[in-house]
Ligand binder design. Structure first.
Ligand SMILES: [Fe+2]
Ligand SMILES: [Fe+2]
Length: 345
Protein backbone atom coordinates (compact mmCIF):
# COMPACT_ATOMS: atom_id res chain seq x y z
CA UNK A 1 0.00 0.00 0.00
CA UNK A 2 1.15 3.55 -0.72
CA UNK A 3 1.50 5.93 2.19
CA UNK A 4 -1.55 7.80 3.49
CA UNK A 5 -0.19 11.26 4.27
CA UNK A 6 0.69 13.72 1.51
CA UNK A 7 1.96 17.27 1.42
CA UNK A 8 0.03 19.90 -0.51
CA UNK A 9 2.91 20.04 -2.97
CA UNK A 10 2.64 16.29 -3.62
CA UNK A 11 -1.13 16.49 -4.17
CA UNK A 12 -0.63 19.32 -6.68
CA UNK A 13 2.24 17.76 -8.61
CA UNK A 14 1.94 16.52 -12.17
CA UNK A 15 3.80 13.72 -13.91
CA UNK A 16 6.36 14.76 -16.54
CA UNK A 17 4.83 15.03 -20.02
CA UNK A 18 6.41 14.46 -23.43
CA UNK A 19 4.19 17.19 -24.81
CA UNK A 20 1.70 19.62 -23.22
CA UNK A 21 -1.95 19.94 -24.22
CA UNK A 22 -2.77 22.96 -26.35
CA UNK A 23 -6.38 23.97 -27.01
CA UNK A 24 -7.33 26.88 -29.28
CA UNK A 25 -3.76 28.06 -29.06
CA UNK A 26 -3.97 28.13 -25.24
CA UNK A 27 -1.51 26.03 -23.30
CA UNK A 28 -3.68 23.86 -21.03
CA UNK A 29 -3.05 21.56 -18.12
CA UNK A 30 -2.27 17.90 -18.61
CA UNK A 31 -0.34 16.46 -21.51
CA UNK A 32 0.73 13.41 -23.41
CA UNK A 33 2.96 10.52 -22.49
CA UNK A 34 3.69 8.09 -25.30
CA UNK A 35 0.83 9.70 -27.25
CA UNK A 36 -1.78 9.11 -24.53
CA UNK A 37 -3.39 11.96 -22.58
CA UNK A 38 -2.62 12.04 -18.85
CA UNK A 39 -4.52 14.30 -16.44
CA UNK A 40 -2.79 17.09 -14.47
CA UNK A 41 -1.93 16.94 -10.77
CA UNK A 42 -2.18 13.18 -10.49
CA UNK A 43 1.43 12.27 -9.62
CA UNK A 44 0.57 12.33 -5.91
CA UNK A 45 -3.22 12.61 -6.00
CA UNK A 46 -3.69 9.37 -7.96
CA UNK A 47 -1.77 7.08 -5.56
CA UNK A 48 -3.16 9.02 -2.57
CA UNK A 49 -6.78 8.39 -3.51
CA UNK A 50 -6.01 4.74 -4.26
CA UNK A 51 -4.37 4.37 -0.84
CA UNK A 52 -7.27 6.03 1.02
CA UNK A 53 -9.75 3.80 -0.82
CA UNK A 54 -7.68 0.71 -0.02
CA UNK A 55 -7.71 1.78 3.64
CA UNK A 56 -11.52 2.00 3.55
CA UNK A 57 -11.76 -1.43 1.93
CA UNK A 58 -9.42 -2.90 4.55
CA UNK A 59 -11.69 -1.52 7.27
CA UNK A 60 -14.76 -2.91 5.53
CA UNK A 61 -16.19 0.60 5.08
CA UNK A 62 -18.40 0.86 1.98
CA UNK A 63 -17.44 3.37 -0.72
CA UNK A 64 -20.26 5.75 -1.51
CA UNK A 65 -21.61 5.42 -5.06
CA UNK A 66 -24.37 7.20 -6.96
CA UNK A 67 -26.60 4.77 -8.85
CA UNK A 68 -26.34 5.33 -12.63
CA UNK A 69 -30.14 5.03 -12.89
CA UNK A 70 -30.39 8.36 -11.04
CA UNK A 71 -28.50 10.33 -13.69
CA UNK A 72 -30.91 12.46 -15.74
CA UNK A 73 -30.23 12.17 -19.49
CA UNK A 74 -28.96 15.28 -21.23
CA UNK A 75 -31.61 17.41 -22.95
CA UNK A 76 -31.77 17.73 -25.91
CA UNK A 77 -30.61 14.19 -26.72
CA UNK A 78 -27.63 13.65 -29.02
CA UNK A 79 -30.03 12.77 -31.86
CA UNK A 80 -32.04 15.97 -31.31
CA UNK A 81 -28.89 18.10 -31.14
CA UNK A 82 -27.57 16.52 -34.35
CA UNK A 83 -30.89 17.20 -36.09
CA UNK A 84 -30.73 20.89 -35.15
CA UNK A 85 -27.13 21.19 -36.34
CA UNK A 86 -27.89 19.43 -39.65
CA UNK A 87 -30.66 21.97 -40.18
CA UNK A 88 -28.35 24.88 -39.43
CA UNK A 89 -29.90 25.71 -36.04
CA UNK A 90 -26.72 26.13 -34.00
CA UNK A 91 -27.40 28.72 -31.37
CA UNK A 92 -28.93 26.44 -28.71
CA UNK A 93 -25.93 24.11 -28.82
CA UNK A 94 -23.46 27.00 -28.79
CA UNK A 95 -25.30 28.34 -25.74
CA UNK A 96 -25.18 24.97 -23.98
CA UNK A 97 -21.46 24.46 -24.61
CA UNK A 98 -20.63 28.01 -23.57
CA UNK A 99 -22.68 27.58 -20.40
CA UNK A 100 -20.80 24.39 -19.57
CA UNK A 101 -17.47 26.21 -20.06
CA UNK A 102 -18.52 29.02 -17.72
CA UNK A 103 -19.81 26.62 -15.06
CA UNK A 104 -16.50 24.74 -15.21
CA UNK A 105 -14.78 28.06 -14.52
CA UNK A 106 -17.00 28.59 -11.46
CA UNK A 107 -15.43 25.38 -10.14
CA UNK A 108 -12.57 27.55 -8.91
CA UNK A 109 -14.85 28.50 -5.99
CA UNK A 110 -14.10 25.18 -4.30
CA UNK A 111 -10.74 26.60 -3.18
CA UNK A 112 -12.65 29.17 -1.09
CA UNK A 113 -14.66 26.49 0.69
CA UNK A 114 -14.02 26.92 4.39
CA UNK A 115 -12.87 23.80 6.21
CA UNK A 116 -13.44 24.22 9.95
CA UNK A 117 -11.20 22.55 12.51
CA UNK A 118 -12.29 18.95 11.90
CA UNK A 119 -10.84 17.70 15.19
CA UNK A 120 -13.74 19.56 16.84
CA UNK A 121 -16.37 18.24 14.40
CA UNK A 122 -15.40 14.56 14.10
CA UNK A 123 -14.64 12.19 16.99
CA UNK A 124 -12.20 9.93 15.12
CA UNK A 125 -8.81 11.28 13.96
CA UNK A 126 -8.70 12.06 10.23
CA UNK A 127 -4.93 11.81 9.72
CA UNK A 128 -4.14 9.68 6.70
CA UNK A 129 -7.58 10.11 5.10
CA UNK A 130 -8.97 12.02 2.12
CA UNK A 131 -11.14 14.05 4.52
CA UNK A 132 -7.96 15.11 6.31
CA UNK A 133 -6.44 16.48 3.07
CA UNK A 134 -9.32 18.64 1.77
CA UNK A 135 -7.81 21.99 2.73
CA UNK A 136 -4.23 20.93 2.03
CA UNK A 137 -4.28 20.07 -1.65
CA UNK A 138 -7.50 18.34 -2.70
CA UNK A 139 -9.72 21.43 -3.03
CA UNK A 140 -6.88 23.44 -4.59
CA UNK A 141 -6.14 20.72 -7.20
CA UNK A 142 -9.85 20.56 -8.01
CA UNK A 143 -10.09 24.35 -8.44
CA UNK A 144 -7.05 24.42 -10.73
CA UNK A 145 -8.43 21.57 -12.88
CA UNK A 146 -11.73 23.35 -13.46
CA UNK A 147 -10.67 26.93 -14.03
CA UNK A 148 -7.04 26.69 -15.04
CA UNK A 149 -4.10 28.03 -13.09
CA UNK A 150 -1.94 31.05 -13.85
CA UNK A 151 -1.25 31.03 -17.60
CA UNK A 152 -2.40 27.42 -17.99
CA UNK A 153 -5.94 26.73 -19.24
CA UNK A 154 -8.29 24.30 -17.51
CA UNK A 155 -11.71 22.88 -18.30
CA UNK A 156 -13.19 26.29 -19.07
CA UNK A 157 -10.73 26.78 -21.92
CA UNK A 158 -10.95 23.13 -23.00
CA UNK A 159 -14.76 23.27 -23.42
CA UNK A 160 -14.44 26.49 -25.41
CA UNK A 161 -11.89 24.73 -27.61
CA UNK A 162 -14.18 21.70 -28.10
CA UNK A 163 -17.01 24.04 -29.11
CA UNK A 164 -14.83 26.04 -31.48
CA UNK A 165 -13.30 22.94 -33.07
CA UNK A 166 -16.67 21.28 -33.71
CA UNK A 167 -18.60 24.37 -34.77
CA UNK A 168 -15.79 26.36 -36.42
CA UNK A 169 -15.62 29.16 -33.80
CA UNK A 170 -19.31 30.10 -33.89
CA UNK A 171 -20.64 33.46 -32.71
CA UNK A 172 -21.48 33.16 -29.00
CA UNK A 173 -24.84 34.56 -27.79
CA UNK A 174 -23.99 37.71 -25.80
CA UNK A 175 -26.28 36.94 -22.84
CA UNK A 176 -24.96 33.51 -21.78
CA UNK A 177 -23.18 34.72 -18.65
CA UNK A 178 -25.94 37.19 -17.72
CA UNK A 179 -28.62 34.50 -17.98
CA UNK A 180 -26.55 32.14 -15.89
CA UNK A 181 -25.98 34.72 -13.18
CA UNK A 182 -29.64 35.71 -12.89
CA UNK A 183 -30.71 32.07 -12.73
CA UNK A 184 -28.23 31.30 -10.00
CA UNK A 185 -29.68 33.04 -6.97
CA UNK A 186 -29.88 29.87 -4.97
CA UNK A 187 -30.15 31.57 -1.59
CA UNK A 188 -28.85 29.97 1.55
CA UNK A 189 -29.30 26.29 2.17
CA UNK A 190 -31.67 25.14 4.86
CA UNK A 191 -29.98 23.47 7.78
CA UNK A 192 -30.79 19.77 8.07
CA UNK A 193 -28.59 19.14 11.11
CA UNK A 194 -28.65 22.31 13.23
CA UNK A 195 -26.79 20.50 16.01
CA UNK A 196 -23.65 20.61 13.84
CA UNK A 197 -21.37 23.60 13.56
CA UNK A 198 -22.78 25.69 10.68
CA UNK A 199 -19.53 25.77 8.72
CA UNK A 200 -19.16 21.99 9.06
CA UNK A 201 -22.66 21.26 7.78
CA UNK A 202 -22.05 23.71 4.92
CA UNK A 203 -18.80 21.92 4.03
CA UNK A 204 -20.55 18.53 3.96
CA UNK A 205 -23.48 19.91 1.95
CA UNK A 206 -21.12 21.46 -0.62
CA UNK A 207 -19.14 18.22 -0.96
CA UNK A 208 -22.31 16.17 -1.45
CA UNK A 209 -23.62 18.68 -3.97
CA UNK A 210 -20.39 18.81 -5.96
CA UNK A 211 -20.10 15.02 -5.93
CA UNK A 212 -23.57 14.58 -7.40
CA UNK A 213 -22.97 17.29 -10.02
CA UNK A 214 -19.66 15.67 -10.99
CA UNK A 215 -21.29 12.25 -11.35
CA UNK A 216 -24.22 13.63 -13.33
CA UNK A 217 -21.82 15.54 -15.60
CA UNK A 218 -20.49 12.23 -16.92
CA UNK A 219 -23.70 11.91 -18.93
CA UNK A 220 -23.15 15.36 -20.46
CA UNK A 221 -19.63 14.31 -21.44
CA UNK A 222 -20.93 11.21 -23.24
CA UNK A 223 -23.53 13.36 -24.98
CA UNK A 224 -20.96 15.96 -26.04
CA UNK A 225 -18.54 13.32 -27.31
CA UNK A 226 -21.34 11.90 -29.46
CA UNK A 227 -22.54 15.23 -30.87
CA UNK A 228 -19.17 16.95 -31.32
CA UNK A 229 -17.66 13.70 -32.63
CA UNK A 230 -20.35 13.22 -35.30
CA UNK A 231 -18.63 13.86 -38.67
CA UNK A 232 -21.96 14.81 -40.21
CA UNK A 233 -22.36 17.87 -37.99
CA UNK A 234 -18.90 18.56 -36.56
CA UNK A 235 -16.13 20.38 -38.42
CA UNK A 236 -13.35 18.59 -36.48
CA UNK A 237 -15.04 15.50 -35.02
CA UNK A 238 -11.93 13.65 -33.94
CA UNK A 239 -10.22 16.58 -32.20
CA UNK A 240 -13.42 17.92 -30.61
CA UNK A 241 -14.45 14.56 -29.16
CA UNK A 242 -10.87 13.93 -27.96
CA UNK A 243 -10.89 17.27 -26.11
CA UNK A 244 -14.10 16.31 -24.29
CA UNK A 245 -12.50 12.95 -23.51
CA UNK A 246 -9.51 14.66 -21.87
CA UNK A 247 -11.83 16.73 -19.68
CA UNK A 248 -13.78 13.61 -18.81
CA UNK A 249 -10.66 11.80 -17.65
CA UNK A 250 -9.65 14.81 -15.50
CA UNK A 251 -13.01 14.57 -13.67
CA UNK A 252 -12.27 11.08 -12.34
CA UNK A 253 -10.11 12.25 -9.41
CA UNK A 254 -12.82 14.77 -8.42
CA UNK A 255 -15.47 12.09 -8.08
CA UNK A 256 -13.03 9.75 -6.38
CA UNK A 257 -11.66 12.07 -3.68
CA UNK A 258 -15.12 13.39 -2.84
CA UNK A 259 -16.73 9.99 -2.51
CA UNK A 260 -13.75 8.72 -0.54
CA UNK A 261 -13.85 11.61 1.94
CA UNK A 262 -17.63 11.37 2.33
CA UNK A 263 -17.39 7.61 2.86
CA UNK A 264 -14.77 8.15 5.57
CA UNK A 265 -17.00 10.69 7.31
CA UNK A 266 -20.02 8.39 6.92
CA UNK A 267 -18.19 5.89 9.08
CA UNK A 268 -17.31 8.46 11.77
CA UNK A 269 -19.13 9.94 14.73
CA UNK A 270 -19.79 13.60 14.05
CA UNK A 271 -19.82 16.04 16.94
CA UNK A 272 -22.41 18.74 17.40
CA UNK A 273 -21.51 22.25 18.50
CA UNK A 274 -22.34 21.27 22.10
CA UNK A 275 -20.52 17.95 21.84
CA UNK A 276 -23.56 15.81 21.02
CA UNK A 277 -22.83 12.72 18.89
CA UNK A 278 -24.40 12.17 15.46
CA UNK A 279 -23.87 9.10 13.27
CA UNK A 280 -21.93 10.16 10.16
CA UNK A 281 -24.11 7.86 8.07
CA UNK A 282 -27.28 9.60 9.15
CA UNK A 283 -25.88 13.04 8.30
CA UNK A 284 -24.24 12.21 4.96
CA UNK A 285 -27.18 10.10 3.80
CA UNK A 286 -29.64 12.83 4.78
CA UNK A 287 -27.71 15.49 2.87
CA UNK A 288 -27.32 13.16 -0.10
CA UNK A 289 -31.02 12.31 -0.23
CA UNK A 290 -31.91 16.01 -0.28
CA UNK A 291 -29.42 16.83 -3.03
CA UNK A 292 -30.46 13.84 -5.13
CA UNK A 293 -34.10 14.78 -4.80
CA UNK A 294 -33.50 18.31 -6.08
CA UNK A 295 -31.04 17.34 -8.80
CA UNK A 296 -33.19 14.51 -10.18
CA UNK A 297 -36.53 16.35 -10.02
CA UNK A 298 -36.74 20.15 -10.08
CA UNK A 299 -33.46 20.86 -11.78
CA UNK A 300 -33.80 18.63 -14.87
CA UNK A 301 -37.40 19.80 -15.28
CA UNK A 302 -36.46 23.49 -15.19
CA UNK A 303 -33.45 22.93 -17.42
CA UNK A 304 -35.60 21.12 -19.94
CA UNK A 305 -38.25 23.85 -19.99
CA UNK A 306 -35.67 26.57 -20.45
CA UNK A 307 -33.81 24.66 -23.17
CA UNK A 308 -37.05 23.86 -25.00
CA UNK A 309 -37.95 27.55 -25.07
CA UNK A 310 -34.48 28.45 -26.43
CA UNK A 311 -34.75 25.76 -29.09
CA UNK A 312 -38.28 26.79 -30.14
CA UNK A 313 -37.09 30.40 -30.49
CA UNK A 314 -34.13 29.33 -32.61
CA UNK A 315 -36.21 26.93 -34.72
CA UNK A 316 -38.69 29.75 -35.45
CA UNK A 317 -36.11 31.26 -37.78
CA UNK A 318 -35.87 28.08 -39.89
CA UNK A 319 -37.50 28.06 -43.35
CA UNK A 320 -39.67 25.08 -42.31
CA UNK A 321 -40.04 25.91 -38.62
CA UNK A 322 -43.18 23.85 -37.96
CA UNK A 323 -41.81 20.80 -39.77
CA UNK A 324 -38.47 20.95 -37.95
CA UNK A 325 -40.11 21.40 -34.53
CA UNK A 326 -42.25 18.34 -35.30
CA UNK A 327 -39.23 16.23 -36.24
CA UNK A 328 -37.45 17.45 -33.10
CA UNK A 329 -40.43 16.56 -30.90
CA UNK A 330 -40.68 13.12 -32.50
CA UNK A 331 -37.24 12.40 -30.98
CA UNK A 332 -38.34 13.28 -27.41
CA UNK A 333 -37.50 10.65 -24.81
CA UNK A 334 -39.39 10.48 -21.56
CA UNK A 335 -37.41 10.25 -18.34
CA UNK A 336 -38.53 10.29 -14.75
CA UNK A 337 -36.30 9.74 -11.76
CA UNK A 338 -36.47 6.38 -10.02
CA UNK A 339 -38.29 6.47 -6.69
CA UNK A 340 -35.33 5.00 -4.86
CA UNK A 341 -32.56 7.48 -4.13
CA UNK A 342 -29.31 5.59 -3.72
CA UNK A 343 -27.26 2.54 -2.96
CA UNK A 344 -23.79 1.95 -1.58
CA UNK A 345 -21.27 -0.39 -3.11
FE1 LIG B 1 -14.40 20.00 -14.89
FE1 LIG C 1 -14.88 18.38 -11.91
Amino acid sequence: MHHLTYSEEELLSSIPYDEPLTANGVRCHGGFVGGAYRSPRTAGRGPAIAAWQAQLAARGTPLLAIAPALVPPHYPSAAQAALLLREGVREPLVRTLTTIAIIEGFGAMIRDQRVPDLTRCVREPLDGTAAGHLATGLFEAHARDEAGFRSEGGHKQMWEAARDLALASPPVPPDVLMRLMTGRRAGSRQRLFPQLDGAFEELLAVMVNVLVIEVFAADTFGWAEMVLGDPEVSARPREAAAMVGYIRSDETPHVEYLRTALSELRACTLLGARGEALAGGEVIDGLLARTLHVLTNQRPRLQREETRADIAAAVAGHRDAAGLQKRFDALEEEWSPPAHTNRYS
